[in-house]
Design a protein around this ligand. Structure first.
Ligand code: FE2
Length: 348
């Protein structure tokens, strides 16, 4: 019994170290057979190494090493909890959950999250923004799900739709992307940046299909628009680290009442909060995609680990909305993590 407990501590530490290496290094590689091989190899080698170390070192002081690793993991969980408490600002106004007939494990249990964001700019204008991210068009979910998504966005009658990348998982789905997004019709237009998968699968082709749908792709540039009452809105895009970075001069010489930056990864949050932005939108982390009770999401492809995941944050005075996304990667499964559309009413 004691031996099994001893061994379990080693195996748990092995799992934590594998996830750390997977999130930090393996996930950054572009999709390929080599990446799949490296993923399974990382888990297999590390868990076996930790298991064997436990087996041969029993009983002994060597146990301190996995205990330190597990303690560090829980210290990180505590730090993350404190960070989120400090920076999480708005709670959603409402969350429209999927019908209870839909299981928590499906990939099509669409959730609509609504926020109100008060900027107090004294222009007495209000702009409704719909945020969509990480469609990851592939075989699953099928096109009927995305029809439902676009209908839900149109029904919420937004002024602007912002899309923060990873439209496709494979480039043969670009025609389907066109069929789906050409129906999107916000009152003042749609704006997008590309994500890592779009860039790996073909940035130019993805941009072309988005532009064909009437979506303006703001790759490392800005676009200016005016509301009916005359307030100006600037929308810029930063596609780093996979694509081009938004230069400071692009954002500075275009003053506007509302300044928005779109980026795929929340890892750019601190960098962009120092630029002239009121609101930053991002996605990429899929809200964790698989969230296990007590443990949280094991996979989080971020430099900051699981700090941001999804929701609203206020960092250095800049509002940051991170979407849980719509599609899936790897296994066709979302666990306690619904695909999400976010609707934000911004009071200027
Ligand atoms: Fe991504």
């Amino acid at each position: 019994m004691l031996f099994l407990m001893y061994l379990s501590v080693f195996l748990i530490a092995g799992v934590f170290v594998s996830f750390w290496i997977f999130n930090r290094y393996v996930l950054k590689l572009s999709e390929s057979l080599f990446k799949s091989f490296l993923t399974y190899a990382t888990f297999l080698i590390l868990i076996s190494a930790f298991g064997l170390s436990g087996y041969f070192s029993y009983p002994g002081w060597f146990l301190i090493i996995p205990i330190l690793i597990i303690s560090f993991y829980f210290y990180n969980a505590f730090y993350r909890h404190r960070f989120r408490k400090k920076h999480q600002f708005y709670k959603p106004l409402s969350i429209e959950y999927p019908p209870s007939s839909q299981l928590i494990f499906t990939t099509t249990n669409l959730q609509i999250t609504r926020y109100r964001c008060i900027l107090s700019k004294s222009t007495h204008d209000s702009i409704r923004i719909a945020h969509l991210s990480d469609m990851h068009l592939d075989l699953i979910p099928d096109s009927s799900f995305y029809e439902k998504v676009i209908n839900a966005v149109n029904a919420s009658n937004p002024h602007i739709a912002v899309l923060t990348g990873d439209f496709i998982s494979r480039n043969e789905f670009l025609p389907q992307l066109y069929q789906c997004l050409k129906e999107l019709n916000p009152r003042m237009g749609s704006y997008a940046v590309l994500g890592n998968h779009d860039i790996w699968e073909g940035a130019e082709e993805t941009r072309r299909h988005l532009e064909m749908c009437g979506i303006k792709v703001v790759s490392a540039k800005c676009s200016l628009l005016k509301t009916k009452s005359g307030a100006t809105v600037k929308i810029c895009g930063d596609e780093s680290p996979w694509g081009e970075e938004l230069k400071c001069q692009e954002t500075q010489y275009m003053p506007a009442d509302l300044s928005i930056i779109l980026t795929h990864t929340p890892d750019n949050m601190f960098k962009l909060s120092r630029k002239d932005a009121d609101i930053v939108f991002s996605g990429h982390l899929h809200g964790g995609q698989w969230i296990f009770p007590l443990v949280g999401p094991p996979v989080s492809p971020s430099r900051y680990g699981r700090l941001f995941q999804q929701g609203h944050y206020l960092v250095n005075g800049t509002h940051h909305f991170i979407s849980a996304g719509l599609g899936i990667v790897w296994y066709p499964l979302r666990i306690f993590c619904n695909p999400e559309i976010t609707i934000i009413d911004v009071d200027l």
